[in-house]
Structures are given as structure tokens and as C-alpha cells.
Design a protein around this ligand. Sequence first.
Ligand SMILES: O=C(O)CCC(=O)C(=O)O
Ligand SMILES: [Fe+2]
Length: 272
Amino acid sequence: MGKITSFLQPEDQAANAAMLQRGHVIQAVENRDGLDAIRDLAAHAAARHLGVSPPNDPERFLNGIGEHVDATTLNDLRISVINALRSEDWFRPTYFSLAREALFKIVGNEIAMQRGVGLSVQLPNDDSSLLPVHADTWDGDSPYEVVVWVPLVDCFRTKAMYLLTPDKQTAHLKTMASNNSAETFFKSIEDDVEYISIDYGNVLIFRLDLPHGNRVNTETEARWSMNCRFKSVLTPFADKQLGEFFEPIIIRPATKVGMTYELPGGFGGAGQ
Ligand SMILES: O=C(O)CCC(=O)C(=O)O
Ligand SMILES: [Fe+2]
């Protein structure tokens, strides 16, 4: 490499620009076979819950789940699918592998991962399981976290989630208190949010300090997506702590030495 003039490589600069200026990154998953295994398990678990035969085309089956459930039976199905995923010991390492290199660039390479990966299913024209506009930082998450959001079907328009763009954040948060409901606040930011189109096979990493949520899915297919928070082990935690909510998954040797180091007594200042 010889003499170089920047500490950052082009891919580090691209990660900075995407997260700071757009508030999110979309890229192809780094382990496509792993993603397919997750999706196939989700579809098989859903079929088992419904008592129907395993689908030949899992993506089509998930998109069309509204043929088998309605708003009253959806949550039981969702819980049985997420339990099936969580019970596999390969699930969390495989989930992490979908965005491992991207996370190294965005949060660092000593990483804590949320213990319980989340699953959302949004049936067409169903208003009973929506997430009103929020930032996760308003409810116990630290702004040092990011969300790794993985679609199991193609997501677009209202089948996708929306995110406020960072350049509009300050202005809208100033007027937030003058709104008396999440809905009026949403109306005030509606023109400045982006519905994040993302196809199956890709992963979205977004800033949870930016207001986001979803609206009634007016597409004809159901939305299926998973979400999980990641942060550096060494940045501040908010209410969601290491141990209960987060688990350290990668700690480097110098940090392990530092965390367990005790200054010996008898030399110089400390310990005397
Ligand atoms: O999936 C969505 O529509 C919203 C997800 C969300 O709020 C989150 O993962 O923090
Ligand atoms: Fe959120």
C-alpha cells in the first residue's frame, strides 16, 4: 500500500455517509444460504402451526398467509414462528452472519446482540398490529444501537417500514411536543419520511434514533420481517442492558485483558 493519507478506507467513508446522511444502509445479505434456511424454517413452522402441508414455494406461501389467518389469529401464528426460530441454536449466529461485515463498519468489531430477535407480520389492510411512529431511543434503547432488519418477502410502499430522513430530524423533534397523538405527529412528518423498499435477499441497517414505524399495508401480500438490535460492547447502554437484553457476541483479546485487569498493590499510587 505504501504511503496513504487517510485512516479511513473508501468503504468506511461510504458507511459513514449512508448512516449519517441517509440514516440507513441496504445491502445484499452476506450469507444467502443462511437467509434461505431462516426463511424456509419460518415457512415450515407457519405451515405446521396451521396444520397445512409444507410449502414448495416458501416466499409465495408467506406472502399469501392472509389466506390462512385473519387479524384475530395472526398473533398466535407469529408467536409460534418466532419460537421455532429462537429454539434453533444456529438461528442467532446465522442472523448475525447476514450483516457481519457491515456491522463491523457501522458499530465496530466488538459487538453485543439483542437476545430475542423480533418478527413482524402485517396482513393486507389490517390495522390491528401496526407500530405507530416512534424512535426506539424513546423507550429504553441507546442511540449507539442500530437495527438489523431482514425481510422474508419483498417489501415496498406500505408493505415496507418508513424512516424519517436525518436532515429533517431536528426540525421535527422541536415541534413534536405540540402534537397530542402519535397520529398527528406522523401527519406532521409524513412528507419527510421514506418508505424503505427492500427485496428479499437484502438486509436493512437503520438508525433507531430516527422516528419510524409502519402504516396499514395496502398491498395485496403480507409483510414478514425480522428485527434485531446490535451495538458496540463498549458504548453506553440505556435501559436495555448487557446481560438481560443484550448478549456480547464478539469481544477481542485486548478488551478481555483490560476488563479483567487489576492493578497490583505496592507500586506507586493506586493500591498503597
Ligand atoms: O418493522 C417495522 O415496521 C418497524 C420496526 C421497528 O420499529 C424496529 O425494528 O425498531
Ligand atoms: Fe422501532
